[in-house]
Structure formats: C-alpha cells, structure tokens
Design a protein around this ligand. Structure first.
Ligand code: ADP
Ligand code: F6P
Length: 549
C-alpha cells in the first residue's frame, strides 16, 4: 500500500482515527484505541477492507498562531487501512473539538440536558477544521470513490467534498440523535449546517425520528422541497441533486464479541471478578463514558434510595460503575465528574460496611476481554441515558450473555430501546419507576430472564455491525432511491418478526397461565418485600451495623 494521492475507493472520515496517540510527560508516546462507540463499530467494519481513514490522532499540535497547526503526523497503515492523520492545533482542540462540537452541538443534539454555549470564534474554527478534513478526503479518494463521513463533528464536510470532488459519492452517518427542529433552530449557524449536510447523497440516522427531524428542519429552515425521505438540493453554482435521509441503526460485531465472551479465559475472569467482589448475590454494572447524557447521576440516586429503603444492601448486592474519562476540559464534564465522585463517596460512607463497598467506581479504560468478563459477571446491567443516539454498551452486554443470564435495564431514551424493547425498560427521570425496574430486574425468575435475553440476543445477532455497514453502503449506492435489497430484507424482517412475535406471545400466555401471574406485576416498594439479602445485624435505624464477612 502506498501513500499516493487519489488511491482509495472507500474513504472513511471521522473526527478520530481508530487509534489515539498518547504523549507522556517525558515525551515518549504510544498508541491506544480511541474511545467511543463510533470507533468500536467502524473498527470492526473496516477489518479486512481496503480503504483510507481520515481523522485526528487525538494529539495536540504545537501551539502557534491561531489557525496555524503543528507538524502533521505522517500517514501510516494499520492492517489493511491507510490512516491519514488530520492535525489540530491546541486552539482548534479547544474551539472546534471541546467548544463547538462538544459544548455547542452536543448539548443541542441531546435535548439541552445542559445549556449550549455559542461562540463565533468556535464556529470559525469548526469551519476551518471541517475544510481541512474535506481537503484530506479529496486528496486520498480515487475517482468516483465512496466517501463515508461520520458524526456531528464533520457536518460541513459533505458539501465541501462535493465542491472539491463532484465525482465521488458521499454518505454521512449521524451517531447521535438529530434534534427536533425547535431545538435545532437555536443554533445560529443552522442554515450552514443543513447546507453542509445536504452535500451528501445519503444521510443515515439511528432512529426514524432522527431522519424525520432532519428532513423537517430542511423544509422549515431552508424552505427546501422535500418528498417523503428526500430533499431536493440546489447548490450555489446552480447544480442540483436529491439527498435521501433514512434510519439505519448501528450495531456491534456480534460474532466476534460472542466468541470472545465464550473463551475459557473470559469465563474464568468473570468468575474471578465476582469472587474479588465478594461473590455478591446480585452484581449490578454501569459502563459509560463519563458524560451527562448517560444518566449516571440518576442511576446512582435510584441505587442510593434503594439502599436507604433497605430493599437492597451490600455485600449481597453491589454495584460496579465504570466511567471512562471523557472531554475532561469541558466545564460540564468536570462538574459531572465532581458530582458523581462525591455521590459515590457519600453512598459508600453511608451504606457500605468496611470491606464491602456499595459502589466500586472505576475511572479508566479497559481492554475488550476485561469488558467482556465484566459483562458476563454482571447480573443487572444499568443503561440509563437521558438521551443517547444508540448505546452500544447495551448491545455488547446481551452479546456477552451466551449463558442467557443477566438482565438489561434500558432507558427508553437510548436508540437501542427501539430494537431491544423486551429489556427491563425505564424512564431514568422517574426515580421511583427506575427503582421499581431495578428491583424487577433483580427479582424476575431466571427462566423468564433467560427468555428475554434470548430475544435480545437474537435481535443483535440478526442486526450486527456488518449488516449495518452493508445497509448503509447499499443505501448510499442507490440514493436517492431505496435500495432493492433493503426493500426485500425489510419485508422478510417484518414477516419473521410477526411470526416470532406470535410464537413469543403464545409462550408468554402459557407461562402466565401456569404461574397465574398478573399481566405485568410491578414490585411494590411500599409492601414489605423480600430484600435480596436479609441483613443479619442492623443498628436501630436499620443500617447494617458493621463488617459482615
Ligand atoms: P458513546 O459512543 O457515547 O461513548 P456507546 O455505548 O455507543 O457510547 O459506545 C461506547 C463504547 O466504548 C463501547 O464499545 C464500550 O464497550 C466502550 N467503552 C466504554 N467504556 C469503556 C472503558 N472504560 N474501557 C473500554 N471500553 C469502554
Ligand atoms: O458518537 C458518539 C461520539 O461522540 C463519537 O463521535 C466519538 O468518537 C465518541 O462519542 C467519543 O467521544 P470523543 O471522541 O469526544 O472522545
């Protein structure tokens, strides 16, 4: 493979390369896997494919004048991929990445959970960096190549690439939600963002609602003619094309992760982890980037109240929260970290006997096999985002549960809910409801949980990341028309879904009749209920009174 220009028939562009360059204080550097779901998904899609990946290597260039970037890393190859680093100066990391991408767009696209900040300087930096990406793409793309641009950091790139290279086919995939027009309209640069995106031939979204929000924004804010899922685009030079927007939910490498979770090493490590945690009856787990969208505070609040209610108690029940460091220089992320760490300290201080923490808090990254072992070890997985494009962690958890053990508590505000609705579904804003759902996930009989887990696993196995990538690339090739293969597949899916549903409903009715269960019995906290453990010694307020092991 060479680094000659105009070589690659498939070009991926994402803010990050799949690997991050970490420079230590002593000047030595090493490569690590980049954080986040985008890299998890694309990394597995690109295994064995020949193509170029254009992205930032996570390092900060030399400080120079604004607009001046440090020396670029040389392109390099990783497996079959040609990696083309895009350098960012320290000002650009601050203004384009931390600022406009993660302190303007991220909050607006996630329901304004925190206030968005608007700064013209950040916008200028966003434009400048998007142009740099577009130029790098134009350099490496072969004639009539397929260019696949990813995520909210690069929304101006499709149009810029079209201007530079009208011969290539351009797709864009949105890994995060696309907001309703009422929220999107707050963005002072809303027209430029929509026009940038409309440079694409095909735009993929996680949910149908996201695609609809986008088309509606084009209609209402640009007055662009729209028909069903298409938008008619006229560029400033008078050229026209039609862009199509549709939902193609992302997934994971089911086969690869399932195989990893079945290895003797991972199984042994899962058992070892449980033993290290004191062999609890119930091990709960949360795995998230430390991001305010993930609902970590809501989860901790529900957990703390369950401890206070004495519905659960350590060491029989314990909770591991893995919180991956993320965007640590952005104020809202710093504040979240402080709040989470304070809450964890308070919970342990108040409810944990010496030697048996109620919350194990891990602020670090783990290798894939350790993550698989954690998933395999956990009885209850808490995925409680307030808003999330997809949430691959939910899919990874069920993929690791080849034993059909475990229970997934899943927020209805995660994109994953639309595929995994058989999970123990919660609204994380409703703390009382979340507590109920957690207890239900704990107390539902193993046989019922196994049936749920089987259905969840089937969904992820049938809709894995390769199928997602194929669907995206088919849709891009056929745009603005619907690809035939997709039409056929959708019909087949619909038929088999109906058949399965009928079978599962029949099974459900039989099970209920046998058990004489009410249709959806909720666990009542107000009734005295058998807690997972019966504390052997309590002080006069009912708190566990000392070390218990
Ligand atoms: P996001 O893209 O917002 O970070 P996702 O849940 O979609 O959220 O994807 C997160 C990805 O990062 C998953 O593949 C998950 O396994 C991985 N991950 C999260 N936390 C860690 C961690 N501490 N160590 C290693 N991988 C992690
Ligand atoms: O899709 C979510 C996402 O923002 C990706 O774009 C990104 O790679 C990942 O989360 C991690 O975020 P960051 O790149 O800001 O560390």
């Amino acid at each position: 493979m060479t680094d000659e220009p105009h070589q690659y028939d498939l070009v991926i562009a994402a803010n990050r390369l799949p690997v991050d360059r970490v420079v230590e204080d002593d000047g030595t550097s090493s490569w690590g896997r980049s954080p986040g779901g985008l890299v998890t998904a694309m990394d597995s899609v690109m295994q064995g494919r020949r193509g170029a990946w254009v992205g930032w290597a996570g390092e900060v260039g030399e400080v120079g004048e604004v607009g001046e970037v440090g020396e670029a890393l040389e392109p390099f190859t990783e497996g079959t991929m040609y990696l083309r680093p895009v350098p960012l100066s320290s000002e650009e990391v601050r203004d384009y990445y931390e600022g406009f991408s993660n302190d303007t767009l991220w909050p607006i696209y996630h329901d304004v959970i925190v206030q968005a900040s608007f700064h013209r300087e950040w916008w200028r930096s966003y434009e400048r960096v998007n142009r740099r990406f577009a130029e790098a793409i134009a350099e490496v793309a072969a004639p009539e190549a397929t260019v696949w641009v990813h995520d909210y950091q690069l929304q101006l790139v499709p149009r810029m690439v079209r201007e530079l290279r009208p011969d290539v086919r351009i797709g864009w995939f949105d890994h995060i939600p696309f907001p309703p027009v009422e929220l999107f309209a707050q963005l002072p640069w809303r027209r430029a963002v929509l026009e940038g995106l409309l440079g694409a031939d095909f735009l993929g979204f996680q949910r149908v609602a996201d695609a609809q929000n986008f088309v509606r924004a084009c209609r209402q804010l640009l007055r662009a003619p729209t028909k069903n899922d298409t938008v008619a685009v006229t560029a400033p030079d008078g050229s026209t094309h039609t862009a199509r927007a549709s939902a193609i939910p992302i997934s994971i490498d089911f086969q690869g992760l399932d195989a990893l979770a079945r290895t003797p090493e991972v199984r042994a490590r899962a058992a070892e982890l449980r033993a290290q945690l004191g062999n609890p009856d119930v091990l709960m787990l949360g795995v998230d980037r430390l991001d305010y969208t993930k609902g970590i505070r809501h989860r901790l609040k529900a957990y703390e109240e369950l401890l206070r209610d004495k519905a659960i108690a350590p060491p029989e029940v314990t909770f591991v929260q893995v919180a991956t460091p993320s965007r640590e220089r952005v104020d809202s992320y710093r504040e979240l970290r402080t709040q989470v760490e304070r809450t964890v300290g308070r919970i342990n201080g108040e409810f944990a006997p010496i030697g048996s923490p109620a919350v194990y808090y891990q602020h670090r990254s783990y290798p894939r096999d350790e993550m698989a072992a954690l998933f395999l070890a956990a009885d209850v997985m808490l995925v409680t985002p307030l808003r999330d494009g997809m949430n691959l962690v939910a899919k990874e958890y069920v993929t690791c549960r080849h034993d059909l053990g475990g229970a997934l508590v899943l927020s209805e505000f995660a994109g994953a809910y639309h595929e995994l609705h058989q999970a123990f579904v919660c609204n994380p804003h409703d703390i009382e409801g979340l507590k109920q759902t957690i207890l239900k996930a704990i107390h539902t009989p193993a046989r019922d949980k196994a049936r749920i887990m089987r259905a969840l696993r089937r969904r992820v196995a049938d809709h894995d990341v390769n199928r997602w990538a194929e669907r995206f690339l088919d849709a891009l090739a056929a745009a603005p028309h619907r690809p035939e293969r997709q039409e056929r597949q959708d019909r087949l899916d619909q038929e088999s879904r109906l058949e399965r549903q009928e079978g599962e409903d029949r099974q459900d009715r039989q099970d209920r009749l046998l058990r004489r269960d009410p249709p959806d019995e909720r666990v009542r906290l107000t009734q005295p209920q058998r807690s997972v453990h019966q504390p052997s010694s309590h002080d006069h307020e009912g708190r566990p009174s000392g070390p218990r092991r």
